[in-house]
Design a protein around this ligand. Structure first.
Ligand code: ADP
Ligand code: NI
Length: 216
């Protein structure tokens, strides 16, 4: 495998994400990259495609770029072409970046490449458990959303458009996304980790309500 390309991608991503929101910064990428490699050990796959996709998957998140869903693809293509990656690798990596997002679920063609399954699982694992809780509250704070409001119920089954402009509470995001993720894992390795992280979030929510209501 071309390790120089991976190293150059790491440098490129670190520089691009300088100053990013803490839940979508280089450290998120690094965690997803590491988890992807761990899951990849248990699957037959193209490791270079997995690593490049994990590293580039949030290079220009539409949430932080006026909703532009093509920018990440453009930046990644230009970078990989400049680095002389093969057309085959570029196509595979771009396909993953285009289809990895939670809000695009349902739009993926029937046969999902194993490399997409791996990186999507790793990205979703970083959205749950203790890190997932921390990222979600950080994002909610960044958006100046309420942590919780007993009178605002979660909105289930939102369309992609509703999901994107939803300004609910951070606790509602658990029901609208985080608690749905463990059932969406593709790989056996990710399912195992997800189940532990899922239970931790349920414990957290129980404790949160207990403290909110002084329920002692
Ligand atoms: P994806 O990038 O997979 O499409 P999202 O954009 O929904 O996923 O969110 C990525 C992460 O950003 C979430 O896991 C969560 O931590 C945080 N986040 C997104 N939307 C919200 C929200 N409305 N409230 C709190 N956190 C959010
Ligand atoms: Ni991500």
């Amino acid at each position: 495998m071309n390790n120089v390309l991976i190293e150059r991608t790491v440098d490129f991503v670190k520089e691009k994400l300088h100053g990013a929101e803490a839940g979508h910064d280089w450290f998120h990428i690094e965690r997803v990259w590491k988890l992807s490699k761990k899951i990849a050990e248990t699957e037959k796959c193209n490791l270079e495609v997995v690593e490049l996709s994990a590293l580039l998957h949030d290079i220009a998140d539409p949430k932080f770029h006026g909703g532009d869903e093509t920018l990440a693809l453009k930046i990644s293509r230009e970078f990989l072409e400049r680095e002389k990656a093969s057309a085959e690798i570029i196509d595979q990596v771009l396909f993953i970046i285009k289809n990895i997002s939670f809000k695009n679920r349902g739009e993926i063609p029937e046969t999902i490449p194993v490399e997409l399954k791996i990186v999507q699982d790793a990205d979703r694992l970083d959205a749950i458990g203790a890190i997932g809780i921390a990222r979600t509250f950080n994002f909610g704070g960044f958006k100046n959303n309420l942590m919780y409001h007993p009178g605002i119920p979660p909105k289930l089954n939102m369309s992609k458009e509703e999901y994107k402009k939803n300004e609910g509470t951070t606790i509602n995001h658990f029901y609208e996304k985080l608690l749905l993720l463990s059932d969406l894992m593709h790989t056996k390795a990710a399912k195992k980790i997800a189940s532990e992280r899922h239970d931790f979030m349920l414990k957290f929510l129980n404790e949160f309500y207990k403290e909110w209501n002084s329920d002692y």
